[in-house]
Design a protein around this ligand. Sequence first.
Ligand SMILES: [Zn+2]
Length: 215
Amino acid sequence: MPDEKARVYANRQRAYGLFGRDTDTVVHAHLVHDISVAAVTQTNNGTWLPRVDGLITNEPGCAITMNYADCGPIFLYDPVHHAIGLGHAGWQGAVKDLPGAMVRAMQAQFGSDPAQLIAGLGPSIGPCCYEVGEPVITAVHNAFADPDSRLIPQSSSLKPHFDLPEANRRNLARAGVRHIEQSGLCTACRTDLFYSHRAEKGKTGRFGAIFILNE
Ligand SMILES: [Zn+2]
């Protein structure tokens, strides 16, 4: 049974309220595991940007938010041009290079220099828990020059584990980002802290990221 809608809205309200916001004063995204990135302002408040997995803004006070359960949250901050980006990349976003698309969108929109960006990778499913088969294995082989460093063989199983945070880190590095911090937390190991689609077999919630440039 999914959670009741009223409860979901109440919980969202509570989370946004921690930042003095509500549903109408944050910008949302309809996530589709692809690489479209949208530049937004507060005129987008209360709306769900269709089919995007990256939101960027250089408007102080503009709050961008996304929901996660195993996929990787990606945070980018440009301290020189004062701009931020928030992204969502699971294996599909990783092989299609959503992190790189975010960097390039910030370059194009705000003149960001990738070498000056500060990146953070939030909690996602880790290499300890992310057993994968096809089509992930082939997609990873096609996307990375050294796929074996991202597909870790397991002695107990024929199926390898995918290192999603390392793949997202590698995408950022490939786009020229030098400062990258990783949470090191696995959402499937730490269901005491996070929701995990994989560990909880689809019946789970989402945890949210809210990213705001100070005014
Ligand atoms: Zn784990």
